[in-house]
Write a protein that binds this ligand. Structure first.
Ligand SMILES: *[C@@H]1O[C@H](CO)[C@@H](O)[C@H](O)[C@H]1NC(C)=O
Ligand SMILES: *[C@@H]1O[C@H](CO)[C@@H](O)[C@H](O)[C@H]1NC(C)=O
Ligand SMILES: *[C@@H]1O[C@H](CO)[C@@H](O)[C@H](O)[C@H]1NC(C)=O
Length: 289
């Protein structure tokens, strides 16, 4: 009897400790606790899985007061210092967390198996609703002076403010997004190589997102030059020139997209639970070799 119980115990430990760890990155003006509900569902669905929700600085304030270069550096330090993550992990970023996660993967060559972004901002944001997330005194700084260095240095949103009337300035003066999207004159092949190591890149957006404009940024689509019309993905430079390997991932069947139907702030919460369990959880259902 005792032996059987012990064997059962061993089996449980072995099977439960094998799920790939999960790293979560929250959105702007939020904190690690904002991902607690999702983390709880993951722990229930994948018993024994190691889940961490990374917080940058003091969370709510530093999420918009730290430039994204610094946020990514901090994210990499946290992840690289965690011995549970050495063998690899699945990485999920929500909203602003989408480009922190992707930037960290590209720059720090993190051992990510599946990269999942929920309502991401891969082609930036441009519009008032998102600015309302910021305290009032910061909004005009972004809408009027986003590409001035002092603004780039103090408000995260400036680092992915993609003004379709100033795309040249965006590419040359915006500190973060054009870099991790490989839109500069000199590309960084490491970024592309790191993306191509993924098993899957999963992107979602919500068709009623009221915060991100254009909401299709979640699927890596942005405004066409000098217009407020969203460029189709296959016409964008990101796709045609395969800047960070998106076209290759697509050709290899490693790119997945899903459309949710909830408000932006509900994406990691109960109103979106069925959508997440059905479409996203399968990408966490994998074990370490
Ligand atoms: C994980 O995959 C296994 C095998 O296909 C399946 O039985 C199980 O229900 C899945 N778990 C979740 C939470 O999706
Ligand atoms: C490319 O990115 C890596 C990782 O961030 C960095 O070490 C390297 O210097 C970059 N290379 C170029 C050409 O910018
Ligand atoms: C590009 O994407 C659009 C919208 O998804 C689609 O209708 C069109 O057929 C695609 N064109 C090519 C050449 O694949």
């Amino acid at each position: 009897m005792i032996r059987l119980a012990f064997l059962l115990f061993l089996t449980t430990v072995a099977s439960s400790s094998m799920y790939r760890p999960i790293v979560l990155m929250h959105g702007i003006t939020s904190s690690a606790a904002g991902m607690d509900e999702l983390a709880g569902w993951l722990r229930t669905s994948f018993p024994g899985v190691y889940v961490i929700s990374v917080e940058i600085g003091n969370g709510v304030d530093d999420s918009f007061l730290w430039p994204l270069d610094k946020q990514v550096e901090h994210f990499c330090e946290t992840v690289l210092a965690d011995e549970h993550l050495r063998q690899g992990f699945n990485l999920l970023g929500y909203s602003q967390g989408s480009i922190i996660a992707r930037g960290a993967l590209e720059r720090c060559s993190l051992p990510v198996h599946n990269l999942i972004t929920l309502s991401g901002i891969h082609q930036g944001v441009f519009g008032i609703p998102y600015l309302l997330k910021l305290p009032a005194q910061f909004r005009e700084l972004v809408s009027k002076y986003a590409y001035e260095t002092p603004v780039q240095n103090v408000i995260s949103v400036a680092n992915y403010w993609r003004d379709p009337d100033q795309l040249d300035r965006f590419r040359s003066h915006c500190h973060f997004l054009p870099d991790i999207n490989n839109e500069r004159e000199v590309r960084n092949e490491t970024y592309r190589n790191n993306m191509l190591k993924l098993n899957a890149f999963v992107m979602t957006y919500s068709d009623i997102d009221e915060i991100i404009s254009p909401r299709h940024s979640g699927l890596f689509m942005g405004y066409a030059p000098n217009s407020l019309h969203v460029e189709t993905w296959n016409n964008s430079r990101q796709f045609t020139e395969d800047l960070i390997g998106m076209r290759t991932l697509w050709e290899q069947g490693k790119l997945y997209t899903f459309t949710a139907h909830v408000k932006h702030q509900d994406v990691p919460h109960a109103p979106n639970k069925d959508f997440l369990v059905q479409n996203i959880f399968p990408f966490f259902n994998n074990t370490l070799p």
